[in-house]
Design a protein around this ligand. Structure first.
Ligand SMILES: [Zn+2]
Length: 345
């Protein structure tokens, strides 16, 4: 199986994030996650590590707002230029806004912090020197996986970091900057019907935002109920699309402490909907934070659960671009990923 991976992600490693209650903690979404997955892939006889192609900005601008992408590109250098103290010790800092724009009756303003609050939805999508390039390389991994799985009509894996499913048309959030899975799904949509299934523990709000009014990409997310879990304000069961997209988005918000059995029941319902939609291609947003003991999750999916999840999704027998999203139980992450992937080789 082709695994698309770029070392560029290492340059995106913010020195901290601000956690619930204002706690300053080490960055959960860290390069060690990739090392664990690479190590597990290295022990298999089927993983073929490949550099991504560069597709340029066009496929990214096809789903994201241009001014938002410009903001990602220049944020760090603008910030350093604005503050000599930060420019003197850049490794100790990460750009974060302190004010967030309400999404009603607001507009981006010209100041950097004004744009920060407008284009970022929370305090986890910290921007540092290497962020923009890492996000582009991550999107290229997803595009390469889409291209490869379409051409070869098989499945491939994009080992993306930073992840993407929380990034909306014009905002970053939840460690995500460019919505890798959406960029890939949008590109595939020119060649046929696409289903995008998101199995990360957290609701795929960005993906929902991007395709909400479209009927050619059917999006489904299975996740912790936003009533108790991040991203809090979207991902409810009654959000099913709008306009031409009405009926082409589905959310499966699940209760705390969901284990293998409850998860697989929801997955079966989701897979039945995908079968009815009869897509030509599947994009799988793959988060491993449903795992029992993940520091950012409240589910109890086991390794055997991941094997079964992989088996049932692979049972759709669709060419699949598998896109890495979250998963923070680093010690188990590599094996969990290979356990799922093995079903698609
Ligand atoms: Zn997640």
């Amino acid at each position: 199986m082709k695994i698309f991976y770029s070392e560029e992600h290492r340059n995106h490693y913010p020195p901290y994030e601000v956690f619930d209650g204002g706690k300053r903690v080490e960055y959960f979404e860290n390069p060690d996650r990739m090392d664990r997955i690479l190590s597990a892939l290295g022990k298999t006889d089927w993983a073929e590590l490949t550099e991504p192609e560069d597709f340029g900005l066009d496929p990214i601008l096809a789903v994201h707002d241009k001014e938002y992408i410009n903001f990602l590109a220049s944020c760090w250098t603008e910030w350093l230029a604005s503050d000599p103290e930060i420019a003197a010790t850049p490794e100790r800092h990460a750009f974060l806004p302190a004010t967030f724009a309400l999404r009603r009756k607001t507009r981006p303003t010209s100041s950097l912090h004004g744009r920060g609050g407008y284009y970022m939805m929370d305090l986890s999508a910290c921007i540092v020197a290497g962020t923009y390039k890492a996000a582009l390389a991550s999107a290229n991994c997803a595009l390469s996986a889409a291209s490869s799985s379409f051409t070869l009509q098989n499945s491939s894996f994009a080992l993306c970091r930073p992840p993407g499913h929380h990034a909306g048309k014009d905002y970053a959030g939840g460690y995500c900057f460019i919505n890798n899975a959406s960029v890939a799904a949008n590109r595939l949509s020119s060649k046929g019907k696409v289903a995008l299934l998101d199995i990360d523990y957290h609701g795929g709000n960005g993906t929902q935002d991007i395709f909400y009014e479209r009927s050619d990409v059917f999006t489904i997310s299975i996740h912790g109920d936003p009533d108790y879990e991040y991203p809090h304000y979207t991902g409810f069961a009654d959000e099913t699309g709008a306009g031409a997209g009405l009926g082409f988005h589905r959310n499966f918000p699940l209760p705390k402490d969901t284990g293998d059995e409850g998860y697989l029941a929801a997955l079966d319902d989701a897979l039945e909907m995908i079968r009815k939609f009869a897509p030509n291609h599947l994009v799988l947003s793959t988060g491993m934070d449903t795992f029992d003991g993940d520091p950012l999750g409240k589910f109890h999916v086991t390794r055997e659960g991941f094997a079964e999840i992989g088996k049932r999704i692979a049972g759709l027998k669709l060419p699949t671009a598998i896109i890495m999203e979250g998963g923070y139980a680093n010690e188990a992450l590599g094996t969990n990923v290979t356990t799922l992937l093995e079903n698609f080789k």
